[in-house]
Design a protein around this ligand. Structure first.
Ligand code: ADE
Ligand code: ZN
Length: 319
């Protein structure tokens, strides 16, 4: 049982955290038909491409600063109620721009929700701005430039999400150079839809301290050793991986093997209602299905705090 354990996460996309009930309320507010994306209060998709499409449709139901404040406050409050002390949310100003909400209003709305959740529950949270890989390197450079000049105290990192099978990592190295120079923490989706080569490319061209997913490193023993030797932290999302059929079932998921090989791993929910999960459920999966001891799971929470993109005083307080 893990409900009593303290929890921390490094990887949750904020639009992907919207419960279908909230999305339905938003749709009613704006008079949008959700028949194609929500059925029986469940998001409708069947592969990664249709998942991304459904994600974009759900995101388009959040249109104002207030909508984003509501979303962040609701998500973080629920997390705190499940024993979570720290959350890094992946945020996408490009999604805000799509609905005509400027990037500053998008970030300010989310920040207001984060502040409200902290005032109510004490939960600490930060934002990682993400570029969208399938929009191409030029668009990601523009997003990186925005992240680099923003200098918002709650925006502490940069990620690259989206369709990993499009473009090479090398095409994004300039975007990552821009945010590295601005002292943002770096992480990148790799080794989820593409294999071990994608993780190796990410290490070589981006030099991140963490990898979002990274689980397909399991295909290459030398790469596993490199991750362990270099102390790169993996943001592992088991429920997401099974839903997206990266692995057929939890028995074949590589979390245990990566942990046993000395790779630093953390537990994360990715897009919880899309994958019928929650951070608390990921902790339960690690315990009951994968057989980790509570002490080992506490070690993963500690790893998350150690690898978090936060100032040292906050890190020490959370550890
Ligand atoms: N955007 C939202 N969820 C994602 C995932 N699991 N992989 C890549 N991009 C995403
Ligand atoms: Zn993700």
């Amino acid at each position: 049982m893990t409900h009593h354990l303290k929890k921390a996460e490094l990887h949750c996309h904020i639009e992907g955290a919207a419960p279908p009930e909230l999305a339905l309320r938003q749709a009613r507010k704006y008079g949008i038909d959700t028949g194609a994306i929500i059925r029986d209060k469940t998001y409708v998709w069947d592969d990664f491409t249709s998942f991304l499409k459904c994600y974009d449709s759900v995101a388009s139901l959040f249109r104002t600063e207030g909508d984003y404040a509501l979303l962040a406050e609701a998500y973080l409050t629920e997390l705190a109620e499940a024993g979570t002390i720290y959350s890094e949310i992946i945020v996408s100003p490009d999604h805000g721009n799509t609905v005509g909400l400027g990037a500053d209003a998008y970030i300010e709305g989310l920040a207001a929700g984060m502040d409200a959740a902290k005032a109510k529950t004490g939960i600490e949270s930060r934002m990682l701005i993400t570029g969208i890989r399938h929009l191409g390197p030029e668009a990601v450079i523009r997003t990186a430039e925005y992240a680099a000049r923003l200098r918002h105290p709650l925006v502490t990192g940069f990620n690259l999400a989206g369709e990993e099978r499009m473009h090479s990592v090398a095409e994004f190295s300039r975007a990552f150079d821009i945010v590295r120079d601005a002292d943002l923490g770096l992480t990148i989706h790799a080794g989820e839809l593409s294999g071990a080569f994608s993780v190796r490319d990410a290490l070589d061209h981006v030099r991140p301290s963490r990898i979002s997913h990274g689980v397909r490193a399991i295909e290459d023993a030398d790469l596993i050793k490199r991750l362990a030797d270099e102390g790169v932290v993996l943001e592992v999302c088991p429920g997401s991986n099974i839903s997206l059929q990266v692995f057929p079932d939890f028995a074949s998921h590589p979390l245990k093997a990566l942990y046993a090989a000395g790779v630093r791993v953390t537990l994360n929910s990715d897009d919880p209602p899309f994958f019928h999960t929650s951070l608390a459920q990921e902790y339960e999966i690690a315990s009951r299905i994968m057989g980790f001891e509570d002490s080992e799971i506490n070690g993963m929470t500690r790893t998350a705090i150690e690898a978090a993109f936060i100032d040292e005083a906050t890190r020490q307080r959370l550890l």
